[in-house]
Design a protein around this ligand. Structure first.
Ligand code: NCD
Ligand code: ZN
Length: 418
């Protein structure tokens, strides 16, 4: 079907290189130049910024197996409401996406249900290397160095084998299971017979646990020349290790909660902000901003991990880890731009261009001639509170409820369609 021809008029188009007043013509889902604008539907974007659609390389959309928390319709709604036009979905489903068969079944169930583009990861369970090598058109391989939601942790021997034998992109959840287990015994004993304080989570899944696992995977990447991307970095010690391995091609992402929340927030949010890796000290939060600015951290990715309010209200041992992030992603960082914490060009680098470059996503991340018309129009002056009633995620809550953000997306186009 031929898609509508659209002219975005009088807006300012943003790329990593600068912001320029420019009209943008969309035809057949692509950005075109030198084409007759007659007959195009004109949308006035005066006073608005026009950004490439955001690419989020780390989401958990919960299908198959837990669609009561999120499904592809609600998850992709939360994405496009936040200007995200492409997501890469993690494999910790039930059943896990660790075989080609499950991968293809997942693709089939997504069909017709998603508002945004997507890529899928295949998971590594320590035994499925042959399946991984057969898998086509994947975002990468996800490997859990420690157990998290889905209990997909693998041992060191299996990890080495993957780095040696697989030549695609490896994305790691890097925390050291041994250290976590030892800390669990030690710190949980203190709560014998009384309610466990959620803040213990940051002590159990300690900075040392992250640092130790990142050292190991970076060492493996250096040795094997594998393409390593470290998911959700959270602390200074971990990023310091990565800084020393940038020359071997190691890349990494930071999640909004590791930039906005700290262990001070347990007093308000309790187990709602139980997440892996956990929220850290304010010093670590500061380090994340600094390392993003200086390019050690390549990009922002949400690790959008919805769990229901009922699940989050349970006691510490029972509460699943993870926080929803998609609905609020763009407002958070547009607000940062308004506060002069980053430039709009840097934002486009972290959320559009870098993910496209590093994950090799063709025709996305930039608003260039011939590229896909994945576009978000933003109003930098619009001020709104994050309210539960306005969220699209099925889990129905956000750790930023009540926050007032200045700068919101007002229109999202996916493949030229509003
Ligand atoms: C994730 C989830 O809920 O799927 N939870 C989390 O705390 N980040 C799993 C994960 O990626 O660790
Ligand atoms: Zn995750």
């Amino acid at each position: 079907m031929k898609k509508e021809k659209i002219l975005l008029k009088n807006g300012s188009v943003v790329s990593g290189e600068g912001t320029f007043e420019r009209d943008l013509l969309i035809e057949n889902g692509k950005i075109v130049e030198g084409v007759e604008v007659k007959g195009a539907k004109v949308i006035d974007c005066a006073g608005k910024l026009i950004l490439p659609g955001l690419i989020d390389v780390h989401v958990h959309f919960r299908e198959p197996g837990a669609s009561y928390k999120e499904d592809w319709t609600t998850g992709s709604s939360a994405a496009v409401a936040s200007g995200v036009t492409t997501v890469c979905d993690m494999p910790n489903n039930t059943p896990p996406t660790t075989t080609v068969e499950n991968l293809e079944k997942k693709r089939a169930l997504i069909k017709g249900k998603t508002y945004c583009n997507y890529g899928l990861y295949i998971g590594y369970d320590g035994k499925n290397l042959a399946e991984i090598k057969k898998a086509k058109n994947i975002a990468g391989v996800k490997v859990y160095v420690a157990n998290s939601t889905g209990n997909m942790g693998v041992d060191n021997e299996a990890l080495e084998k993957l780095f040696k034998e697989f030549d695609g992109r490896i994305v790691t959840h890097a925390e050291d299971e041994g250290i976590i287990e030892k800390n669990s015994k030690e710190f949980l004993a203190e709560f014998e017979g009384r309610e466990i304080d959620p803040a213990v989570h940051s002590k159990i899944r300690s900075v040392e646990a992250a640092e130790s696992a990142v050292k190991m995977v970076c060492g493996l990447a250096k040795e094997s020349k594998a393409k390593l991307h470290v998911a959700h970095v959270s602390c200074d010690a971990e990023v310091e290790v990565i800084a020393k391995h940038k020359e071997f091609g190691v890349t990494c992402e930071v999640a909004p909660h590791h930039l906005l929340l700290s262990d001070d927030d347990y007093s308000v949010w309790k187990n709602f902000i139980k997440v892996n890796p956990p929220v850290r000290s304010r010093l670590d939060v500061f380090s994340m901003w600094k390392n993003l600015k200086f390019g050690v951290i390549d990009m922002i990715a949400t690790d959008h991990a919805p769990h229901t309010i009922e699940e989050k209200e349970q006691s510490y041992e029972k509460v699943p880890s993870g926080v929803p992030e998609l609905d609020t992603l763009l407002p958070i960082f547009l607000n940062t731009v308004n506060d002069e914490g980053m430039t709009i060009e840097e934002l486009v680098g972290y959320l559009c261009e870098k993910p496209a470059q590093i994950f090799g996503i063709k025709n996305k991340g930039y608003l260039k001639e011939g590229y896909d018309a994945d576009i978000v129009v933003v109003d930098m002056d619009l001020e709104k509170k994050v309210e539960r009633a306005n969220l699209c995620t099925k889990c129905g809550w956000s750790p930023y409820e009540g926050s007032n953000f200045k700068g919101w997306p007002v229109m999202t186009f996916v493949g030229g369609e509003l």
